[in-house]
Write a protein of this length. Structure first.
Length: 159
């Protein structure tokens, strides 16, 4: 018994099976989703990414609530918070902490420790509501703590 009438018909069936397998294996969700890193990395050219940079060209010597405040223009997800300073001083093991707040809740914190070294913040609640009131707070501990020329960078993905 002959399965195919000619070799071209057999080749066409084999080609159809190979194409079906390739389509099935390439379908989204067929394999487990990749493990996400500590920081989201949206695709190059992704729309809706925006960055807010705060540079305080001065010496900070004490805790300051609401060093910067604004309303979120649209709902977003915080992708990264980075902070740095040009110089640090003080005695008694001083600490310097930047906190991003949404209403009364903490969105992220960042604590730079070494001059001219950027530190990645810790995100605790990445989702920011539309028209949410946001504040950037600064806290310093120790004896005579100083932080010169601080920079805080916030990177958001618009939802």
């Amino acid at each position: 018994m002959k399965l195919f009438q000619n070799t071209f018909q057999g080749a066409a069936v084999v080609l159809a099976i190979v194409c079906a397998l390739a389509a099935m294996l390439g379908a989204p969700g067929y394999f487990a989703a990749p493990v996400q890193g500590a920081t989201d990395n949206p695709a190059q050219g992704a729309t809706g990414i925006y960055m807010m940079t705060f540079h305080f060209d001065s010496q900070l010597t004490a805790t300051v609530a609401d060093k910067a405040q604004w309303k979120a223009p649209w709902p977003a997800r915080l992708i990264a918070m980075k902070c740095s300073g040009r110089a640090f001083g003080g005695t008694g093991s001083p600490t310097y902490t930047w906190t991003l707040q949404e209403a009364a809740g903490t969105v992220a914190t960042c604590a730079p420790t070494t001059a001219a070294t950027e530190v990645e913040g810790t995100i605790s609640d990445a989702l920011v509501a539309d028209e949410a009131s946001l504040t950037l707070d600064y806290a310093a501990t120790g004896t005579s703590p100083t932080q010169d020329d601080a920079t805080v960078i916030l990177i958001f993905k618009r939802l």
